[in-house]
Design a binder for this molecule. Structure first.
Ligand SMILES: [Zn+2]
Ligand SMILES: [Zn+2]
Length: 468
């Protein structure tokens, strides 16, 4: 038994139950204590009338923005019909009406016990923190958060209906809805979870080899084929003259295994989600080469979504979920809450990471692994708006790299999967004088402008691609 209890061995912890009665280490005890006091403080902040007013206004503004992505169109509409008519029209369409009805009548929920999947990464911050902060229960929902090992499993559990809703990589609902890599099942992106927040992390062995032009033959980890990670890494490599299909190897590795693979030398680097980029620095096995924020500032990464069938069968439950996640997003956007949020989501049942790692990611004050402390407040951010132009960009890259064969109706797919124009369609059905106009945002990726209106030409414009 001495191998278990060896009180005179300086190199081993003394394995006895913690003073609190739980079977965990002192470090875990401290992490739990710090998480619970942070939870108390964030809950207190969430219950202030100031935050409630802010978060209601945020949710309403998000919905109005979803109906009128172009502010010009919103203003024209308001001027044409007046505020009262506009509010009545908007509240008669998804999901504001159900949101408001919900507050009075929790019985309207079609389903109250829900299983939600997540991957333990900082992208999922809003949907994770909504759990300990009681945002789901406040909406009358009893949510079980299911930590899941990898993205293929998330996809399968959504198709098999084991999960009611989930944390997705934002390209996944597009791929699943098109039947790419799985049975075709209509899925929707309800909100984007996070923007930015990813990085190219390179092995510390390559700390003096930072020019991507010299990376021929390298092996890189990505979390999934249908991920912004894959598309951004491919884009980045191609811009530096490397063909991602023939000059390097890309390997799908679950996020939680990326650092171990880097340490073992199985890969030279990865474009992965946090906290694993920062974890590689913390473990002294890697350095942060490029933040994805510097490739495309404001790029979407993960999403919160569910199947189209679930939304159709449970519109009120969906609205309640939507509201809970958006309330969390409203809180996560405020930099003043980030340190506390890091403490809340760091423990084992969520991210299972040292608090210091998560804090560096969420505050943007971090060690880069090359001896410098950086200060990039928007390294990770939480903007829920599911711009359809972002979906179109993802589709252009799927086309570019051969995931989609044949012609693509970019807009049709984007509008079906990214829930923005559903409400607009209802508005038209209601006979509202709504002029469609241009509804796509423009984005800049590595200095080059992307205009969703010219998607096909864009997909064909790249020197390095898999299109024949
Ligand atoms: Zn304890
Ligand atoms: Zn993500």
């Amino acid at each position: 038994m001495t191998q278990y209890f060896d009180p005179y061995n300086a190199d081993r912890p003394l394995m006895l139950k913690c003073g609190c009665g739980k079977d965990h280490t002192v470090a875990e005890h401290q992490q739990e204590a710090s998480a619970s006091s942070a939870t108390v403080e964030l809950k207190r902040r969430s219950l202030t009338s100031e935050f409630e007013a802010y978060s209601n206004a945020f949710i309403e503004a998000t919905l109005v923005k979803a109906i009128f992505p172009q502010d010009e169109v919103r203003r024209r509409f308001l001027r044409a019909v007046g505020k009262g008519t506009a509010m009545a029209a908007i509240s008669s369409v998804l999901p504001m009406a159900s949101l408001q009805a919900m507050a009075q009548d929790k019985n309207a929920l079609e389903k109250t016990r829900l299983k939600i999947g997540f991957i333990p990464i900082t992208c999922a911050t809003p949907l994770i923190m909504a759990h300990p902060l009681g945002f789901y229960s406040k909406q009358g929902l009893s949510v079980e958060l299911n930590k899941t090992a990898g993205w293929a499993l998330i996809r399968d559990k959504m198709i098999n209906k084991e999960y009611d809703a989930t944390h997705f990589l934002s390209p996944m609902p597009l791929a699943i809805s098109m039947g790419l890599g799985s049975n075709q099942t209509p899925m929707n992106v309800a909100t984007i979870q996070n923007i930015n927040g990813q990085a190219i992390t390179m092995s510390i062995r390559h700390k003096d080899n930072r020019d991507p032009k010299n990376w021929k033959g390298f092996k890189f980890g990505i979390p999934f084929d249908y991920s912004m990670h894959n598309f951004l890494l491919r884009y980045f490599l191609a811009e530096h003259g490397l063909n991602p299909d023939t000059d390097v190897q890309l390997r799908v590795i679950p996020p939680a295994e990326m650092v171990a693979n880097l340490r073992a030398g199985n890969i030279d680097g990865f474009l992965g989600p946090d906290p694993f980029n920062q974890r590689a620095v913390y473990d002294e096995v890697g350095y942060l080469h490029t933040l994805t924020r510097d490739l495309w500032n404001g790029h979407p990464c993960c999403a919160f979504g569910t199947s189209t069938e679930f939304i159709q069968k449970n519109p009120n439950t969906f609205a309640a979920l939507y509201r809970a996640v958006l309330t969390a997003a409203a809180m996560a956007r405020d930099p003043a809450n980030r340190e506390l949020i890091a403490k809340v989501i760091a423990p084992s049942q969520y991210l299972n990471q040292p608090e210091a790692v998560v804090t560096q990611v969420l505050t943007g004050k971090y060690a880069d692994g090359l001896g410098k402390i950086q200060n990039v407040p928007d390294r990770a951010d939480f903007d829920p708006m599911p711009w359809q132009s972002m979906a179109v960009w993802m589709l252009t890259q799927m086309k570019r790299w051969g995931y989609i064969k044949g012609d693509v109706n970019y807009k049709q797919i984007a509008e079906k999967v990214f829930l923005m124009t559903d409400a607009r369609k209802h508005m038209k059905d209601l006979g509202q004088p709504f002029t469609a106009g241009p509804t796509y945002a423009k984005h800049k990726i590595m200095g080059k402008e992307f205009d969703a209106a010219k998607a096909d030409a864009y997909a064909k414009s790249f020197a390095i691609s898999k299109m024949g």
